[in-house]
Design a binder for this molecule. Sequence first.
Ligand code: FES
Ligand code: FE2
Length: 437
Amino acid sequence: MVTLLAKYVNSERGLIDRTIFYDKDIYQQELEQIFGRCWLLVGHESQVPNPNDFFAYYMGEDPILLTKDSKGKLHTFLNMCRHRGNRICRADAGNAPSFMCTYHGWTFATDGKLIGVPGYKEAYFEELDRSQWALVEARTETYKGLVFATWDQKAPKLIDYLGDFAWYMDTLLDRRSGGTELLGGAHKWTMNMNWKFGADNFSGDGYHTIITHGSTRYIGQNSASPTSVINSDKERVHVTLSNGHGWNGGFRGDRSEIPPGQVAGADAVLKQYYMDTYPEALRRLGSLRAQNFSFLPANIFPNSTFATMARNWHPRGPEKTEIWSYRIVDKEAPEEVKKILRVQQTHGFSPSGNVEQDDGNNFLQCTAAAKSPIGRKYPIVQSMGLGHEWKSELVPGLISNNIGEANQRSMYARWAEIMDAPSWDQIKIEPRTWAKE
Ligand code: FES
Ligand SMILES: [Fe+2]
């Protein structure tokens, strides 16, 4: 059998066939094999703090409801009435003890149970077994405030799925005892792009920042000069993690001062906040991770992206993606700090943000190239730094220069592996190994 791995993804040479960015059959297979089986970010516990709170989101193309039931347990349900399939909830978020379908009135509790059927006696003659028709439920697990779900009962535990990535995630999620929260609502927008271009960019594309975001240097958002970054800024590295995840960051291990970070350097109030909270972060994370308070882009396979934001690239077809993006902050940060971070997010990473717009057009053009009958005959090349990755005593994962494509190679190899595998029994999982710090 010719596998997708063999046919479209050549990890040894770093070549990707553009077919995987436009082919409709491959896209349908992605919905089943990737989005139907992997752990996907579905929200944050701060969005459903009270019993009977709910929040509407997506897993792939499927609308879902994240609920906290009346006893305080989290659930993720397909937002679909079991009768004909109408959505049982049209609101974005709120608090309600039950959801009544607006078609024929079937009513479901926040734990998913079917608790009301109009005509149950008179029309169904009490012969409908209501226990069979509860909402379709995904497995739900959390990691330090973030909520993830999977449709696949055979998927590994979330903590094993995250593997060593969780150690890096803590630099974003666990600096302070109160954890994190998402600020306000999401920025949502749709673009004519394949979802993988967004995921691979945030998993590790230090290469593009000085060119795509070159203008940020002129407005003081980025102090790096093209030469210093091209010469491989050793302050930053890419880390390729097991299970298809990628992280970008600034581990050095020999720094004596708090690094300025991408946000702290830009604003005196923020800088002071990070200075003030550094001792707490140091206690919680240890020096290596506490120093890296500026969490740089990362992607949890397949489509959950983090930086100053938490977001998903929701697929809407091979050539369309709907992005939902939230600012994530320390819950205990002062309101003044949260406000600055919210505004900063809107200025940078939102549909009107300068950095986001820089990126977006690239993703559109790359998707268009994959659709072109001529363009798609020629593969994407991701060979930069191939064979120049290294292991470190200091941190888990495979390290490589900040300018390199190791994380993309890893992400697409994982994509092919999961696309080819009939079930989770055939998919390799490397649980968390890192116990230091
Ligand atoms: S579709 Fe929901 S009650 Fe009929
Ligand atoms: Fe970018």
